[in-house]
Design a protein around this ligand. Sequence first.
Ligand SMILES: [Zn+2]
Length: 316
Amino acid sequence: MKNTTMILLACLVLFFITGCNEPASVGNVSVEENSSEEGEIMDPVENDDVPFSKPEDSDRQEEQQMEPQLTLSEIKEQLIEVYGRQVPVQWGERVSGVKNSIDTNDKVIALTFDACGGGRLGNGYDEELIDFLIENNIPATLFISGGWIDNNEEVFAKLAKVPTFSIQNHGYRHRPLSVNGQSAYGIKGTGSVAEVIDEIILNDEKIAEITGKRTQYFRSGTAFYDDVAVNIANELGKTVVNFSVVGDGGARFSQQQVHNAVVRAKPGAIVLLHMNRPDTEIAAGVRSAVLELQKQNVSFVTLDEYHKYLSEEVIN
Ligand SMILES: [Zn+2]
């Protein structure tokens, strides 16, 4: 345990010294101080999930990152100054600033798969589902939590190398994104501006350590947010993405229900599914729906491919 922590800390230090990219470099926050609070995050029923990264792009990103970087503490100081006294007026899955669909006439659908982490069910890996996507070259955005990565390190490293997958951020501890501790589905949300920043940035760093690339998209655990937290995420350079179609009913749907939900998705839909529940019929439902949609000449895309067209509108 101690050795692992030391190695992790050493990696973090190296990571920050060399500079990684984009808005935030997180220097002086120890992983230990942030990882002790909530061990397990149970999340069997939530309606959320998915992320993307192309590891081969990491060199280009590093080149772009020449300007001086703020430490995590400095970022927190600045954002607490701006947002610390703001009182949220919205709470839920459909909050201003959250993207839900793709505004396009193209016949495309974005499949997104959450890996939530937390407990035996949360930390599962649906190999049948992922193998189907890989073997059939189906692009997908995978939103992955810090807890899930910790429990599936080898699998995560493998997923990060799949060129048709976009690896994105599902939160360090898979918590609803709140500045004042609001809960969703019985999961307590982050409780302050600083915790919102940790929830996003600590997982961003964890992912970047393995993929060599920071994430562009964030979806909170449970997909719940307040409007102040969404603004903070945007300040950190993240686009917050939810969904327009619930593909698996919080991992509760039967094969037929998953099939029906996905196959009815309209062009531009962002479909929320889970990749951490091999105990369900999600894989079977996705397989039959994808094959059916392909017959209708529907293409599957990652969020990155349609970044400019992400919209708050709900197209389902
Ligand atoms: Zn989740």
